[in-house]
Write a protein that binds this ligand. Structure first.
Ligand SMILES: NC(=O)C1=CN([C@@H]2O[C@H](COP(=O)(O)OP(=O)(O)OC[C@H]3O[C@@H](n4cnc5c(N)ncnc54)[C@H](OP(=O)(O)O)[C@@H]3O)[C@@H](O)[C@H]2O)[C@H](O)CC1
Ligand SMILES: [K+]
Length: 533
C-alpha cells in the first residue's frame, strides 16, 4: 500500500522499524536522519526565509529527530536554539545530540529557558512521539502547558505528534478526557510513514493542525510485517509529503468494483427494503430510501405501516412503496430471496422496531440498524443474541452508551488511573472493536472521527473534522440508507459500511457549508463520477 493509505498502531510502527533495522539494510540513525530531514524540509517549505527557531528535544528518539532538525535548519541559515535534557538518550539520539553539540549549545529543557530566549518564528516540539506511555509530569508538563498558549500555534511544528498526545487514542495524557485546553496545538505535524490512530481520533486532528505524512523508506517492511490487523484510512485528511493523495481509498474501491456487474439487470444490483414508521414520521426513512437508491441499489422499497402509506405518495417516483404492518408482513416479504439489504430504525419508532427486529434478524439478511432500532436493541437486550456479521449497527455516542454502557464508561473515564498509567489510553477504536466483537456485528461509531469495526478486529477510521456542517438533522438517516443500498448490491458488510461512510463524507465536502440532509443523496452522482466509481 502506498504511504498514507493505511493506519498503523504504534506497536505496528515499532515492529516495522525493528524489521527494517533487523534487515541490516537501514540503520536507526539513517531513519532518524530521514525523519529529521523531512521535518526540516517541511519547515523550509512553509518558512522559505530562514528565521529563528527553538527546538525542544525530549528524552528519546523523538528528541533525536529534533537534533537532526536543529542541525539541518542551522545548515540552511536559520538561527537555532536547542533546549534538551542531559539524561542519556538511546544510541541514535545520542549520536545526533553530539553532532548538534559540535555546532551549538543545548540549553536546559525548562519553561524558564523557553521564556528567556529571544522570540522565535518557529518552535519545534520534539519532546515525545510514539514512545509516550504516561502523562507528562513536572517540568515537561509545565513546558507543554506553556506551549499551549495560543500565541505559539502559528509557529508550532510537531515532530510525529504534539507531545502528550497518545498516538493510539488521540487523548491528551494528563488532560481530562475529551479536553485539550492549553495543550500544545501545532500548525503542522510531520509524522512518519503512516498516520497513527491518534492523529485521526479525539483531540488528535485538533492538535495536529495540518498533518503531513513523510516517507522515510519503510514501505517494504511495513508491507512485510504481517502482525496485527491493518486499519483502513478512509479519507486522506492529511497531505502526503510528495504531494500524492489517493483520491479513492483502495480499501473501498475494491469493494465497489465487485458490487456492480456490467451487464446486470435491476435485480442483480440488489433490492433494498427501508422500513418506515407510522403517520407523521416518514421523512427520516424517505431520506434513507433515497440514499439507498443513489447508492445504486437496483430497487428500493419503502415499507411504512398501512396507515402511513398516503403520506409517502410523493416523489421520488423511483421508490416503490409497500405496506408493512407487523412482523408477519415482514416475514412474508422476506420470502423473496431477492431482497438483499434492509434498513431499520430511521423514523421507525422504538416499539415498531422492537416488534420487527426478531423477524428481521432471524432472516440473517444483510441489514443496517440505526436510530430507533438501536434504542430497541438497548431496551430489549435479549434481541442482541440474534445479531450476525451481516448486521451493521450505526450508533452515535449516546446510542453507543446505551448499547454498550460498560465500554462507553471506559472510554469516558479513560478507565486508567493517570498516576498508574502505562501504555496507550483506551480509544474509540478499542471501544468500537470491543463492541463489534461482543455484538458479532459491524459497529460504526459515528462522530467527526468515525470508527468502523468488524467482529474479527478489522477496522477503519474516517476523519471528518473538516466537515462540521455534516452534523445536521437527517445526515445519519442518509448514511444508514447508503449502507443499506451498498449491502443490497452485495458488498460485504465491512466494505459497504466503509464505502458508505466515505461517500457520505465526500458528498458533504462537495456541498460545503449550508448543506441539508436532503442535498446529500443528490450529490452522490457527482461524487461517484468524480471518483471514477
Ligand atoms: N517510526 C520510525 O520509524 C522512526 C521514529 N523515530 C522517532 O522516534 C520516536 C519514538 O521514539 P522513542 O524513543 O521510542 O519514544 P519517545 O521519543 O516518544 O519517548 C522517549 C521516552 O520517553 C519515556 N517516556 C514516555 N512517557 C514519558 C513521560 N510521560 N514522562 C517522561 N518520560 C516518558 C519513555 O521511556 P520510559 O522507559 O521512561 O517509558 C520513552 O521511551 C518517534 O515518535 C519518531 O519521532 C525515529 O527517529 C525515526 C524512525
Ligand atoms: K513531538
Amino acid at each position: 500500500m502506498p504511504i498514507g493509505t493505511e493506519i498503523l498502531t504504534t506497536a505496528q510502527m515499532r515492529a516495522t522499524e525493528s524489521a527494517a533495522m533487523a534487515s541490516g539494510r537501514v540503520s536507526g540513525a539513517a531513519l532518524m536522519e530521514r525523519a529529521g530531514r523531512a521535518v526540516a524540509g517541511q519547515i523550509r517549505l512553509r518558512w522559505p526565509r530562514p528565521g529563528r527557531v527553538t527546538v525542544l528535544c525530549g528524552p528519546g528518539n523523538n528528541g533525536g529527530d529534533g537534533y537532526v532538525i536543529a542541525r539541518r535548519l542551522h545548515q540552511a541559515g536559520w538561527r537555532v536554539r536547542v533546549l534538551g535534557l542531559d539524561n542519556a538518550p538511546g544510541p541514535d539520539a545520542e549520536a545526533m545530540r553530539r553532532q548538534w553539540l559540535a555546532i551549538g549549545p543545548i540549553l536546559p529543557l525548562t519553561e524558564q529557558a523557553l521564556r528567556d530566549g529571544p522570540d522565535s518564528d518557529v518552535h519545534v516540539d520534539a519532546i515525545f512521539g510514539t514512545g509516550l506511555t504516561r502523562p507528562p509530569e513536572g517540568e515537561i508538563a509545565t513546558i507543554l502547558r506553556h506551549l499551549g498558549d495560543s500565541r505559539f500555534r502559528d509557529g508550532l511544528v510537531a515532530v510525529d505528534c504534539p507531545s502528550g498526545l497518545c498516538m493510539d487514542s488521540g487523548a491528551m495524557l494528563g488532560w481530562p478526557r475529551g479536553t485539550a485546553e492549553h495543550a500544545p496545538a501545532a500548525r503542522l505535524t510531520v509524522a512518519f510513514d503512516s498516520p497513527k490512530p491518534g492523529h485521526l481520533l479525539e483531540q488528535g486532528p485538533i492538535l495536529c493542525g495540518q498533518l503531513v505524512i513523510a516517507d522515510i523508506g519503510l514501505r517494504e517492511w511495513r508491507e512485510g510485517q504481517g502482525a496485527g490487523i491493518r486499519l483502513g484510512c478512509l479519507w486522506p485528511a492529511f497531505d502526503i509529503a510528495d504531494g500524492r493523495c489517493q483520491p479513492v481509498p483502495a480499501v473501498v474501491r475494491a469493494g465497489l468494483d465487485k458490487g456492480r456487474t456490467r451487464h446486470g439487470h435491476k435485480f442483480s444490483h440488489g433490492h433494498a427494503l427501508v422500513i418506515a414508521g407510522g403517520p407523521g414520521r416518514g421523512g427520516a426513512a424517505r431520506l434513507s430510501a433515497r440514499a439507498a437508491l443513489r447508492a445504486g441499489a437496483g430497487l428500493v422499497t419503502l415499507c411504512p405501516p398501512d396507515a402511513a402509506m398516503a403520506e409517502h405518495a410523493q416523489p421520488p417516483d423511483a421508490l416503490m412503496r409497500r405496506p408493512m404492518d407487523g412482523a408477519e408482513d415482514l416475514t412474508a416479504l422476506l420470502t423473496d430471496r431477492r431482497i438483499s439489504g434492509l434498513c431499520l430504525g430511521p423514523g421507525c419508532g422504538i416499539d415498531r422496531a422492537a416488534v420487527l427486529l426478531p423477524a428481521l434478524l432471524a432472516s440473517r439478511r444483510p441489514c443496517v440498524l440505526d436510530a430507533d432500532a438501536l434504542t430497541a436493541l438497548a431496551t430489549h437486550p435479549a434481541l442482541a443474541g440474534a445479531l450476525h456479521e451481516a448486521c451493521v449497527l450505526t450508533p452515535h455516542a449516546g446510542e453507543f452508551g446505551r448499547l454498550f454502557p460498560d465500554i462507553a464508561e471506559r472510554l469516558q473515564s479513560g478507565s486508567d488511573d493517570p498516576a498508574a498509567m502505562r501504555g496507550p489510553a483506551f480509544s474509540r477504536l478499542d471501544a468500537a472493536r470491543e463492541a463489534a466483537a461482543r455484538a458479532g456485528a459491524i459497529v460504526l461509531l459515528k462522530g467527526p472521527d468515525t470508527v468502523i469495526a468488524a467482529p474479527d478486529g478489522r477496522a477503519m477510521i474516517h476523519s471528518a473534522f473538516d466537515l462540521p456542517w455534516l452534523a445536521t438533522a437527517g445526515a445519519g438517516d442518509v448514511l444508514a440508507g447508503l449502507v443499506a443500498g451498498l449491502l443490497a448490491r452485495g458488498l460485504p458488510a465491512l466494505r459497504a459500511t466503509g464505502l458508505a461512510t466515505w461517500l457520505h463524507g465526500q458528498a458533504a465536502r462537495r456541498l460545503g457549508p449550508g448543506l441539508t440532509a436532503d442535498d446529500l443523496p443528490e450529490a452522490l452522482p457527482a461524487v461517484l463520477r468524480q471518483s471514477g466509481l
